[in-house]
Design a protein around this ligand. Structure first.
Ligand code: SF4
Length: 347
């Protein structure tokens, strides 16, 4: 096993030459900007996050502004990034920070872990990047690096494997250049020790890397047994009026796309058609469009849209806030990406 001082030295030398130093949340690198970026970066690549981060900062430049914003506003700036619970937690956390911490991000591990949406790795990233406090991280990129360097073949689903990887993060933790070290770890996994086709030929850890020395780079991390995701069906009623506006309603506060705006939906075609009859819509005027799919983390959504032109908007379908909107006005509302795409295509 490579000594931790040697590991840090090699990694920081690599970072000085190749690491990312001009990401928007690094200029300036305030605790607030680090926190928001770390939440956005969960399960999402840097290139996707950058424009969202910039728009978010323009709209919510401080914790106070974020705390005072309507949740709907926050969700509309998140629309398209997915995993919307992150945006709701960000908003909740901002109100807690204002109420309990004077609008400041606490530089304390236990306090960070009590805030919604902040787990141990995110807390470690905030402490090290924003406050220069040595704190380990263990995101997907770092896990992959430890697994390959140490030739770990265990299933990653066990608590024992998780503990082992955390102990490696602690073992290699640098006490110097703390923020650079954390950023270097993230960057190295994202750009050198990548999931597919890692750049082993130019890697400074090659002679220490057990996966490379034993010809197992392509096999590690071990693939999880593939489980087919369940498929859920949904039937969407696309009401379009004479001005090319679509009828959207706000989804309930709990469940998928909670609080976002989408067309009315039912679990079966029969339920949708029954509702149409209640509204006086002739079923023969419904145009059923081809079914589409959208992947959520735990299931596949198979949704079938039915389009109908109406000239007089019917009264609200469900007992929920609703509006008529043109696709070009969607940026004002939190509309999930598949809905945006579908309605934009139809116009
Ligand atoms: S040699 Fe290859 S697998 Fe090993 S750490 Fe370097 S890039 Fe990753």
């Amino acid at each position: 096993m490579i000594a931790s001082a040697a590991f840090q030295s090699i990694l920081l030398t690599w970072y000085d030459q190749f690491g990312r130093k001009d990401l928007p949340w690094q200029r300036p690198r305030t605790p607030y900007r680090v926190w928001v970026s770390e939440i956005m970066l969960q399960q999402t690549q840097v290139s996707t996050v950058v424009p969202y981060f910039q728009r978010f900062m323009a709209a919510f430049p401080t914790v106070q502004v974020l705390a005072e914003a309507e949740l709907d506003q926050v969700l509309s700036h998140w629309a398209g990034l997915g995993y919307y619970a992150r945006a709701r937690n960000l908003h909740r956390t901002a109100t807690i920070l204002v109420a309990e911490y004077g609008g400041k991000i606490p530089a304390d591990l236990d306090a960070l872990l009590r805030l919604p949406g902040i787990g141990r790795s995110t807390a470690g990233a905030i402490l090290s990047l924003a406050f220069e406090q040595p704190a380990p991280i263990l995101d997907g990129n770092v896990k992959r690096l430890w697994i390959r360097l140490h030739g770990i073949e265990d299933s990653l689903d066990t608590q024992a494997a998780e503990r082992r990887l955390w102990s490696l993060s602690e073992h290699y933790l640098s006490q110097q250049r703390v923020a650079d070290y954390t950023q270097a770890l993230m960057d190295f996994g994202a750009s050198v020790c990548t999931r597919a086709r890692p750049h082993c030929s130019g890697c400074a850890f090659q002679s220490h890397c057990l996966a490379w020395r034993t010809g197992r780079v392509g096999m590690l991390p071990a693939l999880r047994p593939r489980r087919n995701k369940p498929i859920k069906s949904s039937y969407w009623l696309l009401l379009c009026d004479g001005n090319n506006r679509f009828y959207l309603e706000q989804r309930p506060p709990i469940g998928v796309w909670a609080g976002l705006w989408a067309p009315p939906q039912w679990d079966s075609r029969e339920e949708l058609e029954k509702q149409c009859q209640n509204l006086g819509i002739q079923l023969e005027n419904l145009v059923w469009l081809p079914a589409r799919r959208h992947a959520f983390s735990h299931y596949l959504l198979r949704y079938t849209p039915a389009l109908i032109k109406v000239f007089k908007p019917p009264s609200a379908l469900h007992d929920r806030p609703a509006c008529w909107l043109k696709p070009e006005d969607f940026p004002q509302l939190a509309v999930p990406a598949p809905v945006r795409r579908l309605l934009a295509e139809l116009t």
